[in-house]
Write a protein that binds this ligand. Structure first.
Ligand code: B12
Ligand code: SF4
Ligand code: SF4
Length: 433
């Protein structure tokens, strides 16, 4: 959906309510922004009442964020212990039926995560992901996204696809490496559609108990502290690479249902990183600056997906042949040895698991749009795509067949951004001759 578009909240099960949804979807292109009445106001210092204390954050420029007035009526429904336990069992069983590997329940207290988020923003580690700063207040105030929320139902859906060997592709500079999460269908829709089914069944079951409830679903689609809720609800522990991790690895997406139903929280997952620090050591750009701390400005995922403009020249050689996202911190994580093939929706499409770089650089804009319809990659647009592929070709071994010819064919591209990266890549080959 186009930036700033609003949706009627029936999507989230909120009959009659009106919301606007932010989409911080790793592309930075289409953000459906969200602002709730209790966090509106001008710049300056803003106070957010988060569970467990008052958090003060510096308000960024939110003039251009779109207002999402939200009316969610009703007192929080009460439940008997027995009914709550029955609903909890049903949620897990619906989740399993829909392919989720785990479902957990937590409360809404994000106080433990607030200092880390604020410090991260203060250090500027979000780079140009303005939405992270702009909507920090909402991230720390779940009740602003669903007034009356008492429970977060967190879920993980595995995506590891049957694909060409990842390390072999990374080692072959004629080929493009695309992050495993993006080889198949766009996960945002898949996740939300399935979570919505659970939410609908939950509402139906609660209504039968005479406890009508409100729910709202998210998956990388709004300012929600997803990893924090996964941690709290036992869906996964936080690995030192900052991602949610389990004994079955980290190749999964996260999603949540906020609800005003009071359900008992599950215990948090135990951590099992121990003394390991492999993810920090293998990161090509040293973006994991300390355990549990990522400087996004250095992360190849940010550079190839989120960054709109020129990629800093000093980082380009470190990107290798990664043209969309990066998986190294996960590929080398010992827990991912136990990963199994994930959901069929994320099976490889268009041979993107081992595609020749020169062929990808030749894609016209309409080919890009049609081949990548339904893929998360489409969101970065053709210009960023060509930028990324040019960098990868610049990193190919000098003399690799077809590289200079393919680059030369893009020298007259109308975008100055593309031309600049093509020239850089050609210069790398010329310098090496
Ligand atoms: C912004 C974002 C990014 C950014 C920044 C990533 C990051 N780690 O912050 C970029 C573009 C780099 C990115 C990359 C990727 N992302 Co991303 N991303 C998000 C997003 C939208 C928000 C994450 C966030 O809140 N970051 C803010 C920082 C502050 O949070 P944090 O790192 O978790 O910080 C906590 C602690 O580490 C600590 N801390 C952090 N900094 C500091 C500093 C100090 C000094 C201290 C003391 C503590 C501290 O405190 C914080 C609060 O507890 C989430 C979706 C969501 N809504 O949550 C997806 C999400 C985290 N991404 C996801 C994925 C799949 C990826 C990639 C694997 C994609 C890829 N293959 O290229 C990479 C992995 C890179 C990595 N190692 O994290 C999945 C992760 C699934 C999983 N298994 O955990 C999510 C959950 C989306 C989803 N719904 O599935 N992503
Ligand atoms: S995704 Fe790549 S660049 Fe980013 S932290 Fe992981 S290994 Fe480093
Ligand atoms: S590589 Fe090691 S430290 Fe990093 S997330 Fe995996 S187990 Fe934890």
């Amino acid at each position: 959906m186009a930036a700033g578009a609003q949706q009627r909240a029936h999507q989230g099960g909120l009959a009659g309510a009106e919301v606007a949804i932010e989409r911080n979807d790793h592309s930075g292109l289409e953000q459906r922004r969200q602002r709730a009445a209790d966090t509106s106001g001008g710049g300056g210092i803003r106070q957010v009442q988060a569970e467990g204390g008052l958090v003060i954050i510096r308000a960024m420029h939110d003039e251009d964020s779109e207002t999402g007035a939200m009316r969610v009526a009703g007192d929080a429904p009460s439940l008997s212990v027995g009914d709550a336990a029955t609903l909890r069992r049903q949620i897990s069983s619906w989740g399993a039926e829909l392919g989720f590997a785990a479902i957990g329940v937590s409360g809404i207290d994000v106080a433990a995560a607030a200092p880390g988020l604020l410090r991260w923003l203060d250090l500027g580690r979000h780079g140009q992901m303005d939405y992270m700063a702009k909507h920090a207040a909402l991230r720390l105030a779940p009740q602003a996204l669903l007034p009356g929320v008492r429970t977060v139902i967190a879920a993980r859906l595995p995506y590891w696809p049957a694909a060409a060997d990842a390390l072999a592709v990374l080692g072959d500079d004629r080929l493009a490496y695309v992050s495993r999460y993006a080889l198949g269908r766009d996960y945002h829709k898949t996740m939300r559609r399935r979570l919505q089914k659970i939410a609908a069944r939950l509402q139906e079951a609660a209504a039968k108990l005479g406890r009508p409830c409100s729910c709202r679903v998210f998956s990388d689609s709004a300012p929600v502290l997803e990893t924090e809720f996964a941690r709290q609800s036992g869906v996964g522990w936080r690995g030192k690479h900052t991602l949610s991790l389990t004994r079955e690895g980290s190749w999964h997406f996260l999603g949540e249902i906020y609800t005003n139903l009071p359900l008992a929280a599950d215990p948090p997952a135990e951590e099992h990183c121990g003394d390991c620090r492999r993810c920090l050591d293998v990161c090509p750009t040293a973006a994991i600056v300390a355990p549990y701390q990522l400087d996004a400005r250095l992360c190849i995922s940010y550079l190839t997906i989120e960054l709109p403009g020129s990629i800093p020249p000093s980082l380009r050689p470190l990107i290798g042949n990664r043209i969309y996202g990066c998986d190294d911190c996960q590929l080398h994580c010992p827990w991912n040895r136990f990963a199994r093939i994930g959901d069929a929706d994320f099976a490889v499409r268009n041979g993107l698991d081992a595609a020749p770089l020169t062929a990808l650089l030749a894609w016209s804009e309409s080919e890009f749009d049609s081949r990548l319809a339904g893929s998360a990659i489409r969101r970065i647009g053709h210009e960023r795509w060509l930028r990324n592929v040019s960098v990868a070709l610049g990193n190919a071994r000098p003399g690799t067949t077809g590289v200079v010819t393919a680059l030369r064919a893009r020298l007259d591209h109308p975008s100055a951004l593309v031309r600049e990266h093509v020239v850089w890549a050609m210069a790398r080959h010329a310098a090496a001759v």
